[in-house]
Structures are given as C-alpha cells and as structure tokens.
Design a protein around this ligand. Structure first.
Ligand code: MF3
Ligand code: CO
Length: 249
C-alpha cells in the first residue's frame, strides 16, 4: 500500500534528522552534517531526493543531500566545511530520500549553544504553527484550513510568513499537487482533503519582514532584512482516523 511505503521513507528521514540534531554543536560544520546524512541514506539503501534535483529558478541541479540554512538563510542553504556553527546560531536541516519508489521529506530548526529569548520564541511559534496545521489535516477539511492555521498563528505572534516558497503534495514525486502555501492564497486551489492524500507542510517564518532574495549561488534564499528565519516540515497523511504524521514515530 502506498501509505505504508511513504511511511518507511518518512521514518528514514526522521531517523536521519534525529541523528543530525545530535551532531549540532558549536564548532561543527554544516559539511559534517552532510557527510553523516549521505552515509545514513546510502546505508539504508535509499537515494537522496535533493542531490541532483533540477530547478528552473536556479538553472542547475542541487549538489547536496541536505539543505542547511543558518540564521538569515531561509531555505536551500548549502552545506560547507567553512560554515562552522557558533553559539547563538540557528540551523534549519532539511532532507529528502527516495526509498522503494516513494519520497520522504522533513525539516527541523535547531538552536546552537545559547540563543536569546526572541530567537527561542521564533522557533517555538514556527513549530507550533506546524502542529496546529497538522491537526487540521482531516478528511472533509479544505486546504485553506491548513494554510490559514499557520498564517493566523504566525501573524498573531508578530512574525512574518515567507511567501516565496511553499509546501507541496508528495508521493512518487518529491513535489506533487497541490502547492501548500503557509497563507491563504485565494488565487490558488482549495481542494477538499481526502483519505490517502499526503501533504508536506513546511512553514518558513521570519523574525522580521517577509521578503526574501536568492544569493548569487542561485540556491540560498535569505531574508532581505537579515532577520533570522525558522523552518519546520512534516509529511502528513489524511486518514479516516485523522492526521498521520509520517515523519515521526
Ligand atoms: N524541502 C524542500 C522542498 O520540498 C527542499 C528542496 S531542495 C531541492 O522543496 F534541492 F530539492 F530543491
Ligand atoms: Co518539502
């Protein structure tokens, strides 16, 4: 069954992120995380979903198994041995796998050493917005219920929703219909949720303004005002019995 296969992919991504979280420390480089992730993926008999993934916007294939986005980097930051983590940083770790024909995709943001209270709050509100959205993934609800829940929680707590990147359906492709913005996009689709659908919900939240830009490397998205940005992602299946988060036990 499709969902069982997606579950296996989801749990592999979960295990990888758990291991990587344990490696996040002052002095570790984002390249160290990349090397560990690459080994875990190949040891599991899986393929990385991001490495070699072509996007029109960049005009190139993404070169790593991880996206590691530090501080003002929103998404698609690239691992580097020159990027050593320091106390006060936050790092979003995002990875995807292909296992037995089915994709897994999840992300989390971790604080390095001591971060200040406003940064802690950014992480908390972003993660909460994802949890609240997960609870809306119910048969009969509509996509806008999910999107609007993220939006409301983030905005009412004084942070900004990134509008330039969105979540997505996932299955035998990494990115499937529908697009899942973290705000209600009235020009977009608002399908009713049905059992069997799998949503990759991924709020990207900025401490400052919403605007982003892509660096000359063509991949790394950063906040224009250099404010910190947080990112959490889970794959959530619609079932007869409510939401099933495929990317955690
Ligand atoms: N989680 C992100 C997404 O779903 C990461 C994609 S990075 C890429 O789009 F390299 F695959 F583009
Ligand atoms: Co994704």
């Amino acid at each position: 069954m499709e969902l069982e296969k997606l579950r296996r992919s989801g749990l592999l991504v979960y295990r990888i992120l758990e291991d990587l979280k344990g490696m996040v420390a002052e002095g570790a480089s984002t390249h160290d995380l990349e090397i560990a992730a690459e080994k875990m993926i190949s040891d599991a008999g899986a393929k990385p979903a991001f490495k070699g993934y072509y996007t029109q916007a960049s005009g190139s294939k993404y070169p790593y198994v991880l996206c590691t986005s530090v501080n003002e980097e929103v998404v698609h930051g690239m691992p580097s041995s020159r990027r050593r983590l320091r106390s006060g940083d936050i790092v979003s770790i995002d990875t995807g796998v292909l296992l037995n024909g089915y994709y897994g995709d999840s992300a989390t943001t971790v604080a390095v050493g001591q971060v200040n209270d406003s940064v802690k709050r950014l992480l908390k509100i972003t993660e909460e917005s994802l949890e609240l959205a997960i609870d809306r993934v119910r048969s009969g609800n509509r996509l806008f219920d999910v999107c609007g829940t993220v939006e409301k929680h983030v905005i009412s707590n004084g942070f900004s929703i990134v509008r330039d990147f969105v979540g997505h359906g996932i299955g035998t492709s990494l990115h499937e219909e529908p697009q899942i913005p973290n705000y209600v996009d009235r020009r977009g689709e608002n399908p009713r949720l049905k059992p069997g659908m799998v949503l990759a919900i991924e709020p990207m939240v900025n401490a400052g303004k919403a605007d982003t830009k892509v660096l000359p490397d063509k991949w790394t998205a950063v906040t224009q005002d250099k404010s910190y940005s947080a990112h959490f992602e889970h794959m959530v299946a619609v079932t007869e019995n409510g939401p099933w988060v495929l990317t955690r036990p």
